[in-house]
Ligand binder design. Sequence first.
Ligand SMILES: [Fe+2]
Length: 300
Amino acid sequence: MHVLSRRSFLAGSALSLGGWVLLPAIGRATENNDPNRFVLMADTHVCGDLMVSARGCNPAETIQQAVKDILKLEPRPSAVIVAGDCAYDHGEKRDYEALQGFLQPLRQQGIRLLLAMGNHDNRQRFQEVFPDAAILSGSPLEDREAALIETPYANWYLLDSLKKTSYTPGHFGEEQLAWLTTSLDKAPSKPALFVAHHYPRTTDDDNGLEDTEAFFKLLQPRKQASAYFFGHSHVWSLKQGPEGLHLVNIPANAWLFDEKQPRGFVDARLREDGCDLTLHCLDRNDNHHGEKHTLQWRGV
Ligand SMILES: [Fe+2]
C-alpha cells in the first residue's frame, strides 16, 4: 500500500516504505496535536558513540535539544519529518539505536515520525533497529520506495533519493518518477509537497539529485506541485524553482560546514493555499532564530 488515508495516518498505523519509515506514535494523540503542523528536520547524523563530535558539534546533544524544543511547541505538531542522513556516517546499527532512544519522547506525545534515508544511512540496519518499519509488501517499485501521506490541506510525497550508502549524489529513478506522475494525476487539485534528502542539481556533476531535470519536468505542468523540501547541504535556504515551485533547503540539526548557517529545524504550518514556515534555531542567539516565511502555492 502506498497510500495512507488521513484516518490511518492519524490513528497510528505503522507502515514502512523502503527508504521512508513511518513510525506510529505510541502515545495517545491528543487534541493538542495539530494535523496541519509539521516539524521538518534534516541531517541529524546521530552517532552510536554519544561522545563523538564532528566540526565542534556533538549530534547526541543537538538531537536532544531539538526534541526538547519540539515538545514545547503548542499546539504540538502531528509529525516530525527527517529528510535523511539520520545516522552519523555509514548508517551503523548503534546509530539507529541511539536515534530511537532520542526520538522516543516525541512518539510518547503522539507525534508521528517520518524518517527518510540519506546517503549516510543504511536501510537494512535501520530496519533491524526499527522492526515495526519492516512492512514492505505491496510496493510496486523495485529499488526505490515512496509514500503518500494525505493531510487536510496537502498531500506529502515522501520520496527516496538514496542510491547507495556513502555514494554522495542522489537518484530517484524512472520507476519512482513514473509512480509519482500517476499518483499526482489522481489528485490534480490537492497541493502536493515533496520531501527527500538530496537537493536539486545545479551543475552536471554536483552532489545533488542526478535526475533533477526529469523530476522538475514532471512537476512543472502539474500545478498542484507546490514545494520541494530537502537537506543534504547543511544549509538553510528558500528559493523558487521552475514556475514558482518552492525549494526549501532544511537546515542541519548537527554539524555545519559554514558556521554562519543556522542549526535547528523548521516549524511548518499548512494553510489551504500555502504554508507558514518558522525557523527554530537551537542557539537562541542565532540571528536567524524565529525567521518567518509565508509561502503561497502556485496552483491555488
Ligand atoms: Fe548530512
